[in-house]
Each structure stands twice: as structure tokens, then as C-alpha cells.
Design a protein around this ligand. Sequence first.
Ligand code: HEC
Length: 157
Amino acid sequence: MKVTRLFFSAMLFAGMAFTMQSCGGDTSTKSEEKATTKVEEKVVVEDNPMALGEKIYMEKCVVCHQANGEGIPGAFPPLKNSDYLFADKVRAVAQVLNGSNEVMIVNGVSYSAPMPQQVNTKEEAVAVINYVLNSWGNDGGKVTLEDVKDVVIDPRQ
Ligand code: HEC
């Protein structure tokens, strides 16, 4: 009886080890896939400013403004259909460069939490704002580097 149980646990252990190993196998394939995606990503990003904007959005903005651009009502304002955003694109570029700490009304809802500085260059700021202006059904037009030439980048904190 005891032997059978021992044998059974050994089988179970072997089974687990096998499963773990096959997961490990998956990871190595995934990292290869990742490497390929990175090369492709670089090409796409250089040729396509919308792709750069999307990359920045997914890395930096998505935690607060959410994948659907709707934010979190009362905490993080929406970028989808934002009357405040559409009213002043240059201001939006300045806000991602320098942060924002004011009370603002976006689509009738008041927001007052501060947004920290998000990006360091005007190129990045323009790319991400253009992505936001043209995502989730937004038809917000474009902002150019020329439009934001007078924006002053505050010293980094
Ligand atoms: C830590 C959370 C957080 C992150 C990350 C963040 N934001 Fe914000 N964002 C806020 C908050 C909070 C406000 C409101 C700020 C205020 O009241 O002064 C805001 C305001 C804005 C506004 C103006 C209001 C509106 O809804 O139109 C824009 C545009 C904006 N963010 C874009 C971005 C972009 C683009 C990124 C990424 C590069 C980003 N934010 C990253 C929290 C965040």
C-alpha cells in the first residue's frame, strides 16, 4: 500500500516536472518571437509616427487613461471624445511634456489629481498626442512640431 502511494507521488511529481518543462519550452519560443517583433517594431516605428505614438501610449499612458481612452471617471480624465483635449492640442503637448496640476473640467466632470511629466522630447509628445487625437474614433486632427515650437520644456524633476 505504502509502495503504491510512493509510486503514485513519484508519478505525480514526474508529471509536474514534465508540465513545468513544457512551459519552459514555450518561454524560449516566445522570447525568439519577441526578438523578431522588436526588429519589426523598430522599422514600423521609424516609418510611422502613429506607431511611435501607440508605443508610447501603451508604455506610459495606458495605466491611467486606459486602453480604451476612457480614463477612470472622477480620477483620470478621458482622452476619447475629450472636449478639453480637442479645444487645445498645443496645451495637450505641453501637458505630457511638463505634467499638469490644475482643476479641469473634461466632458462636464471635474478632475484635480496631478499628472506627472510623461515624455522628454517634443517629438515623443507630438507623436503620442497625434495617436490620441486619432484613436478610439477620435477625429481630432493633427498637431505638428512647428505648432509646438513655443512650448518651453520645464527642467526634469
Ligand atoms: C499617473 C496617471 C497618468 C498618466 C500615466 C498619464 N496621465 Fe494624462 N492625466 C492624468 C490626470 C490625473 C490628468 C488631469 C490633470 C489635471 O487635473 O491637471 C491628466 C490629463 C491629461 C490630459 C488633458 C485632459 C484630457 O483628458 O484631455 C491629456 C491630453 C493627457 N492627460 C494625456 C496623457 C498622455 C498622452 C499620457 C501618456 C504619455 C498621459 N496623459 C499619462 C493622469 C495621467
